[in-house]
Design a protein around this ligand. Structure first.
Ligand code: SF4
Length: 701
């Protein structure tokens, strides 16, 4: 068959870089993909995962029809039951007896409807998301310092910087296209310097001019020392600090003296490396600090974020070309979820759940019968509440918590005893489905339409180019249908995602008057055709005709009551002492070619051939002491559970540490499900789990 392929401009569903993808469908139905040369995130580049997207579109392992108690049901039967059970629980036990646990995989419109239903119509804030595992410490740190969850920089800054400091980020594997942009910029300007701060020597370190292999969770000591050093060598921007910030002296006092030897001892680094790093930062105005899960996934994650932000505020290196702090998100729509209030402590359009004026404004806009008045339960606490019976009905959407949350066996037990569990899902390879009373078949990438926001605040469309298979439906539709069946017809009568987006955009501008960061333009008058033609843009922008603003805070304008950024005085805490029984630190994370719990990426042999099974990366000295040879099976055990995986003996790990990738579930590797081992300890401010620091025991299996 010959003919011209039909090309759809869409966005990759895998990571927070948010690359533009051209999906080309041939007349025979086959699909191929390539990078969109016009998309400002990637300019035509794709990584291994993005370029394999077309290989993952088969309907193998797809959930295609609704199920009730494991048996095929009609949508009406399934939706009626969900509405009835949620309504009954709310009537008997109150609105906080129900919960939604959603995902950075769902689209902004899905997220918006879920938030509206839970916060404005059910009247609880028990809606949280797997973005809690990814970004919550960064959100909390931004809000403490800037008064809002605003990422100041853009991807261009990575190319314009003279010094890039990557903290807790294996960018080469986890945000590959951003790393490719840095590599290209470094080739064009060899004087550009790259410092990597990471307890492991990762693939990213191959391009580094300096690798600081610090002890886990000692980042606050390192950045507090940097703040003191910048002060001692007169690198403080006194004008910026005086005009646009508060709390500098307190933060400086808490940071303590810049005693390189003491900092080196605390962080496990060589004194000369600490001194070199500090002097590189001090003499380089165009410094950008990029950080990711190694910072966020920590019980001191929010303090780490603020220690980094303090150094940028002190030097006025923020919101300027090539200079600023830059948090990169893990998931494709972690940012979009935050925009519509997808965390248990936020409201839509970056408004605050704790602010009575904001609650009133949103309730009036929604004309809703209720409004949550207190923050809901964050991810880890939410499943604790399921387990102890406070939550009696939960709807899980687009995520697999029995494999991906810490203490995964505890989560599975919680769902086993929960009176009513709904799971909206694409894949039957998701273990959480085994606990569902009602399973709802969701539309997948390529079949659904909506918006996502990437790490630089750029909103892009995901577009459908395939028909909905079987009886699958978009998540916003299932939510709206349940809302109507719960008696809320007027708030949820949407014809499609363009109407939902227009409503959200209108809310972003309502009562705004320039006092909030978040305004994406009044799309309420925009037609569906215009929504479909919408090009990627960065928020904020005052109208659909604006280009959008690219950077924040170069001239202050913070979203605090006095307009000043707040230095946060943070103290370096000693890492917890390891018990004799659990003497190693377990660190978990991603690998280059896998995504989440592998339900999509395991469909292609190309991606599976990169690393075929889970492994424990440990130092040769530790391996020798334990009698472990390369490729032996090793057991990694904590008080919560254990895994048995292949030993990868390498000095990339530091002694006393072990790294296990997060992706494998028992479906893909028996006993390889590492989140069963991870402790459910969280940062007390952000609620984000410390997934990179679990004390464990290691032995040959
Ligand atoms: Fe997709 Fe991220 Fe790769 Fe871009 S870098 S193609 S968004 S996985």
């Amino acid at each position: 068959m010959t003919g011209t392929p039909e090309t759809t401009c869409t966005t990759c569903p895998y990571c927070g870089v948010g690359c533009g993808v051209l999906a080309m469908q041939e007349p025979d139905g086959s699909v191929s993909v390539k990078g969109d040369p016009d998309h400002p995130a990637n300019f035509g580049r794709l990584c291994s995962k993005g370029s394999a997207l077309a290989e993952t579109l088969s309907l193998d392992d797809r959930l295609l029809v609704p199920q009730v108690d494991g048996k095929q049901a009609s949508w009406d039967q399934a939706l009626d039951l969900v509405a009835e059970r949620f309504r009954a629980s709310i009537a008997e036990h109150g609105p906080d007896s129900v919960a939604f646990y959603v995902s950075g995989q769902i689209l902004t419109e899905d997220y918006y409807v879920a938030n509206k239903l839970m916060k404005g119509f059910i009247g609880s804030a028990n809606i949280d998301t797997n973005s809690r595992l990814c970004m919550a410490s960064s959100v909390a740190g931004h809000r403490r310092a800037f008064g809002s969850d605003t990422v100041p920089g853009t991807y261009e800054d990575l190319e314009q910087a003279d010094l890039i400091v990557l903290v807790g980020s294996n960018l080469a594997w986890c945000h590959p296209v951003l790393f490719q942009r840095i590599e290209a910029a470094k080739r064009a300007r060899p004087q550009m310097r790259l410092v990597v701060i990471d307890p492991r020597r990762t693939a990213t370190c191959e391009q580094a001019d300096l690798h600081l292999k610090l002890k886990p969770d000692t980042d606050v000591a390192l950045f507090n020392g940097l703040l003191a050093f910048l002060n001692e060598c007169s690198a403080i921007d006194e004008r910026y600090v005086g005009l646009h910030t508060s709390g500098f002296e307190e933060a400086l006092e808490k940071a303590g003296a810049c005693d390189i030897k003491t900092i080196a001892a605390a962080t496990g680094l060589a004194p000369q490396d600490v001194a070199l790093f500090y002097s590189m930062v001090a003499r380089t105005p165009k410094t950008i600090t990029v950080y990711s899960q190694g910072v966020n996934q920590s019980v001191v994650g929010t303090d780490k974020v603020n220690a980094i932000l303090n150094t940028h505020l002190a030097t006025g290196r923020i919101g300027k070309p090539g200079a600023g702090p830059f948090s990169v998100t893990g998931q494709p729509n972690a940012m979009g979820g935050r925009e519509v209030g997808g965390l248990a402590n936020m409201l839509a359009a970056h408004m605050e759940l704790g602010n009575a004026d904001h609650r009133q404004l949103v309730q009036t806009f929604w004309q809703s019968p209720a409004m949550a008045e207190k923050p809901g339960l964050k991810a880890v606490e939410m499943f604790r509440a399921v387990r102890d019976g406070r939550i009696k009905a939960i709807w899980i959407m687009g995520t697999n918590p029995v494999d991906s949350l810490p203490d995964a066996d505890g989560v599975a037990e919680a769902l086993r005893i929960c009176p009513f569990v709904v799971v909206s899902e694409v894949s039957t390879a998701v273990d959480t489905l085994a606990y569902a009373d009602v399973a709802l078949p969701a539309a997948a990438w390529g079949e659904k339409d909506g918006m996502v926001t990437n790490s630089e605040r750029r909103m892009s469309r995901q577009k459908s180019f395939l028909p909905l298979p079987g009886e699958t439906r978009p998540d916003w539709w299932a939510l709206a249908e349940v809302a109507k069946r719960m008696g809320h017809a007027s708030g949820f009568d949407y014809a499609g995602p363009s109407e939902i987006f227009a409503e959200f955009a209108q809310l972003s501008a309502t009562g705004n008057n320039g006092t909030r960061d978040f305004d994406i333009g009044a799309y309420s008058l925009v037609s569906e055709a215009a929504y479909n033609r919408m090009l990627p843009f960065q928020w904020p922008r005052a109208s659909a005709l604006d280009e959008g603003d690219s950077r924040f805070f170069a001239d202050g304008g913070f979203f605090t009551p006095d307009g000043r950024a707040r230095f946060i005085a943070v103290t370096s805490r000693a890492a917890p002492r390891l018990e004799r029984r659990y003497p190693f630190v377990l660190n978990t994370g991603r690998i280059r070619d896998q995504w989440h719990t592998m339900t999509r990426t395991a469909k292609t042999s190309r991606l599976m051939s990169h690393i075929g099974e889970p492994y424990a990366e440990l130092h040769p000295d530790d391996a020798e002491a334990l009698g472990i040879q390369p490729a032996d099976l090793v057991q990694v055990e904590s008080p919560y559970g254990k895994v048995i995986v292949r030993a990868l003996v390498s000095d990339r790990a530091q002694p006393g540490n072990v790294f296990v990738p997060m992706h494998w579930t028992d479906q893909f590797a028996a006993k390889g499900r590492v989140d069963a081992v991870v402790a459910p300890e969280v940062d007390p401010i952000s609620g984000q789990p410390g997934s990179k620091f679990t004390p464990v025991a290691l032995k040959k299996a």
